[in-house]
Design a protein around this ligand. Structure first.
Ligand code: PLP
Length: 442
């Protein structure tokens, strides 16, 4: 089949995916791939879910699209109601978009407009963290702290400053308790706000569990609470980016529930549409919406496909399946089994530095030296080799090289469907084990 579609890489051709069945994708040659990462933490219900398919057919028979400049729709309103009802305290409004970058972009612009509306017009700066990913559009890319992704676009990016991530494996000092480390890491935010001038800072954005750039690195207990306190002290909005870790991935609908923190805004996408439709959402505290409603009455932003009825119908079916089939407790149990299986297979491997995560969101960090935690030389392309070997063996996983304060490390991100069975956890770990051993030669 000719490959005229272009995506990320311009090298070689890709297999043609023709069918999805539960946790598997099947290509045109009939080869089956266990979807161990849900693509990029997207396919939380697996492929060809009967309830989502039925919901989409029914919605298509009713209404596919009505422009949000004229109408709202039943699926969009239902979705917003469900999200608000299960969101952390204070979230009252939902802005529906088509993906994660759009949600982050909207959050940044809404933060700026909020401060304009309430007369704090000097607030325009965003603080984020190194080794984070918030999307590829210019605002979201500017927020992200991944140097490799930012480098060639640097002249186009709004000014953002980056503090250290909360990365226990790399940054906790041997003599430090986990709690003390979390507070020290969070206090970098206060120092940065004071350095920039609090009256110029509008928002701090972070992923509660860092996905693409680090491989499922969770905030340590207490870290986000301290971040919340600091944001409150200086009137800075806290945006939690749950595009990857939200919508049940960690075993909670919102990852920040486990941290006991209520942000001012939350971005979600990926698992919200579970791959059945492109959809994202920005969830907003009532007071932010109210300030705009009482001011200009108009959020100066928007996209043609926002609030799309088909996309909202898919998300409603996904959320319905998550609650109706009790998938959140299942994510916690299957996640614990996945962690245990990874530890049993790879825990003693000389090149596996850390195995971590929450729920069915797990990461394996690969190092050259387990004692010193020194990463492999980037030029060796260890993560690319793991990806290729796993794919050859029929496993989709999500290996990346993350920038660790100037150094590069390799990790593998796992985010299998919530419906994964015990036997498939075994298959995933066996194939990953083989791919890692093949790539590092041990
Ligand atoms: N934010 C986070 C935390 C992500 O992981 C991603 C995508 O990986 C995005 C934002 C961007 O989402 P999208 O690719 O849907 O634009």
């Amino acid at each position: 089949m000719p490959n005229h579609v272009f995506g990320r890489s311009t090298k070689g051709t890709l297999p043609v995916a023709v069918r999805g069945e539960g946790c598997y994708l099947i290509d045109a040659t009939g080869k089956r791939y266990l979807d161990g990462s849900g693509g990029a933490a997207v396919s939380c219900l697996g492929h060809s879910d009967p309830d989502v398919r039925a919901a989409l057919h029914a919605q298509l028979d009713q209404l596919a699209f009505a422009h949000t400049g004229f109408f709202t729709s039943v699926p969009a309103e239902t979705l917003a109601d469900t999200l608000v009802a299960s969101a952390p305290a204070g979230i009252e409004r939902v802005y529906l978009v088509s993906g994660g970058s759009e949600a982050v972009e909207a959050a940044i612009k809404l933060a700026r407009q909020y401060f304009m509306e309430i007369g704090e017009t000097g607030r325009h700066r965003v603080i984020a963290r190194r080794q984070s990913y918030h999307g590829n559009t210019l605002g979201a890319l500017a927020a992200g702290g991944n140097e490799w992704r930012r480098a060639q676009f640097a002249p186009l990016l709004i000014e953002t400053s980056h503090i250290a991530p909360c990365y226990e494996y790399r940054d906790r000092r041997p003599e430090e308790t986990v709690e003390a480390y979390g507070l020290r890491a969070a206090d970098e935010l206060e120092a940065e706000i004071l350095r920039l001038g609090p009256e110029t800072v509008m928002a701090f954005i972070a992923e509660p569990v860092v996905g693409a750039t680090s491989g499922a690195v969770p905030a340590v207990p207490g870290y986000l609470k301290r971040i919340r306190e600091i944001c409150d002290r200086y009137g800075v909005l806290l945006i939690l980016d749950e595009v990857m870790c939200g919508m049940g991935r960690t075993g909670y609908l919102f990852a920040c529930e486990e941290d006991g923190v209520a942000p001012d805004m939350i971005t979600v996408a990926k698992g919200l549409g579970a791959g059945y439709q492109p959809i994202g959402a920005l969830l907003v505290q009532g007071r932010i919406y109210d300030a705009i409603a009482a001011g200009s009455g108009f959020f100066q932003h928007g996209h043609t496909y926002m609030g799309h009825a088909m996309a909202a119908a898919a998300a409603n079916a996904v959320l319905g399946a998550i609650s109706g089939r009790a998938l959140l407790p299942r994510v916690r149990t299957q996640g614990a089994k996945l962690q245990a299986a990874l530890e049993a297979a790879l825990g003693q491997h000389p090149n596996v530095g850390d195995i971590r995560g929450r729920g069915l969101f797990r990461g394996v960090e690969i190092v050259r030296d387990r004692e010193t935690k020194e990463p492999f030389d980037t030029a060796l392309g260890v993560n690319k080799k793991i990806k290729a070997l796993a794919f050859e063996a029929g496993l989709i996983c999500y290996p990346m090289g993350g920038t660790i304060d100037g150094r590069r490390g390799d990790h593998v991100l796992l985010a299998p469907p919530f419906i994964i069975e015990d036997a498939q956890i075994g298959e995933l770990v066996d194939k990953l084990d083989g791919a890692i051993r093949g790539a590092v030669g041990a």
